[in-house]
Ligand binder design. Sequence first.
Ligand code: SF4
Length: 333
Amino acid sequence: MLITKPDYFDDFQCIAGDCPDSCCKEWDVQVDDVSAKLYRSLPGDLGNRLREVLVEEDGETVMTIIDGRCPMWRNDGLCRIQAELGESALCKTCREFPRLTHDYGDFLELQLELSCPEAAKFILTQTRALMINTETEGGEEPEYDEEAMSVLKRTRKRVLEMLFDPSRSVPETLAAALLYGYQAQSELDGDETQDFDADVALNSVQQFAKVPDPLEMTDFFLSLEVLTPEWKALLQSPSPAPWSDDHRALAAYLVQRYWLQAVSDYDLYCRVKFIFIACLLVKHLGGDIFRTAQLFSKEIENSIDNVEALLDAAYAHPAFTDDKLLGMLLNQK
Ligand code: SF4
């Protein structure tokens, strides 16, 4: 089985008590069955506390958040379970975070997740992450449509190359990548592979791009579930930042994460829009891009409801029509 990961993947280390945020705040943690059984069987104070705070929700065991934080989070920023029982006693979610595994059966892709501030430093400072491939035993027969996967892998490779082409400005690069994503959807639908000329594509949409109204976009995000007051404040009072290479790196992270997922439903179009809406939003909100992008991930990527709402909005919401997205990309400095 082929395992692919960015070259910085194994360099990540949790900074625990020094973390400016924490993955132990704001989120309910889903606890796997093996860990839940262990936790409920523990004697003493720790076992009693765990029996109080583990609840069943929709068939899953969840560690409830109390006063906005995990009840196992100590005042020194460390985890009580880890401190008393060692790292191996952590549940799968906590042991793996922020490491993501995309399992396609016969190949695996590993990635760090942007919602961790320490991981965000690796992700957003990449001019072009080198991917490392390793062959191992194991794996399963793929269940995906091989032809569709081949189109998605080929087009993802192309869009990643486009994102790091320094000959075009960042907004033109992102607009060209968005347009290429639309072409990739038609190839996924079975249309013949066509040449893609970014200059021709950009010229052809200049007239079509509408003058943006970013308020529509922030209003949409304010209508979603909001976890933190900081995110709400950013959405209410944005201070747009200039485009920078960090936005290329953000787009590349999102492309790497979501592009191949279209093999599940053949819907690349809404994922492509999701990716570039995210870049536009992070740029529009401004502030420290590391913090703003990390908050985007925490608030949107880590909420299934919010991800689904944004994927639906990519089709239906008036803020995200193609002409407005292109307008926001091509008319903002
Ligand atoms: S968010 Fe990242 S750095 Fe912070 S505590 Fe969690 S894993 Fe560690």
